[in-house]
Design a protein around this ligand. Sequence first.
Ligand code: NAP
Length: 447
Amino acid sequence: MRVAWQHNHEWESALRHLAIIGSGPAGYYTAEAAQKQWGDDVRIDVFDRLPVPYGLIRSGVAPDHQSIKAVSRRYEGVALSDNVHFIGNVTVGEDITIAELQGLYDAVILATGAPNDRPLGLPGEGLGNVFGSAAFVGWYNGHPQFADLGPDLSGKSAVVIGNGNVALDVARILAKTRAEFEGSDIVNHALERLDTASLDKIVILGRRGPHQIAMTPKELGELGHLSRAWPHVEPADLPPEAADAALDPGQRKSVTLLRQFAAAGAQGKRLEVAFDFFASPRAILGDGTVSGVEVERTRLEGDRAVGTGETYVVPASIVVVCIGYQTSPIPDVPFDEKAGRFANEEGRIAPGLYCVGWARRGPTGTIGTNRPDGFAVVENIAADLAPGSDKQGRDGFDRLAEARALKVVRFSDWKKIEDAETRRAREGAPREKFVSIEDMIATTRNQ
Ligand code: NAP
């Protein structure tokens, strides 16, 4: 039972014990905010189900976007503070329950992101060589859960469903040559497979039009600078140029790029990356393995796409569905099924239980959006927490971990994994990731 605060200075300065579940951007920005809020008076344990930290930075951000991945250095600064510990290889809901964590910590903050694919809900989605973007991106980024995905890239045509930045990432990775991966940390198994690919065409399906894309200009612009691939936009799909004036500046830049793509044409390049706008998927076709996507032509009513009844088939030897993600439910934590995230009010789930980042608001915004999110949840926790704590925090967790023989991976163990990954990198690459949990853990023991 919590001991009442008695205007006693010892209680006033008593430690707060926080457990943050998830070591991606939302997790580390929350840890940073908690350090700023409580200074030496807080102990923060950052849990992850993987033996390696940084979540989306390691497993989601594209391997050829190393400048974005560099934000992990900032998180390392937080992780190396005395009052922050990394507790890897522990799955909340399996190795330890939420109720147990709440018994040990003053606040438990779920920063678990949105690692699962949102299903398309169409016939044929289960056919061979049809993948959700979480799986496909996880595969080329070496996430242990997807390392064995083994996509067949020997066919001629790929279809990427969705008009967001993830669709762009997937199309660009499929389009690049080996030389264009120089300096990236794409894992060897993906590089080898992509190297043997013989795609002629990558179709990006958007159910609405150029004004409704969810692609940001910097990312879209990259498609115009690929060595063998060219972006194909049909001029007829573009609204009259005067209509661009009503767009916000970022979106106007993106649409301007689409106009430039439409004007530039193939320029002698052989791999077409075709934007098929006003095209809503209706079914994935094939016999065992995918052979095409049935699509219905749409038109806009206001901002909404409505079917016209006209259908056609886009041939596809591989399909990657990039229509957004959802959070993994955790036993006993209220979940909003429709929104695909934890049920919460501004990050509050229940007394002592919070969520932040994609687990709070769904998969939107950039990595930087998680910083204000982290600060906001800490402000709420500070307002909610009674001064003083009778929780055991880290000591209590350590006892429980020992009793259960959990193979906890500490930050110093991660540094051994990181060193080994750096040493085994191919020339010019920052690292060659281990793609199995067993190999990661063996590395922590070998040195
Ligand atoms: P997103 O931005 O929400 O885009 C999802 C796309 O899927 C939209 O074009 C949406 O179209 C479409 N879609 C949804 N349901 C569909 C359906 N049933 N049929 C056809 N299309 C459907 O999601 P995301 O691309 O997964 O990205 C997630 C977040 O990560 C975003 O905030 C993104 O900007 C960010 N991200 C950033 C970067 C970067 O900055 N480099 C890279 C990757 C991801 P409607 O608009 O019509 O719904």
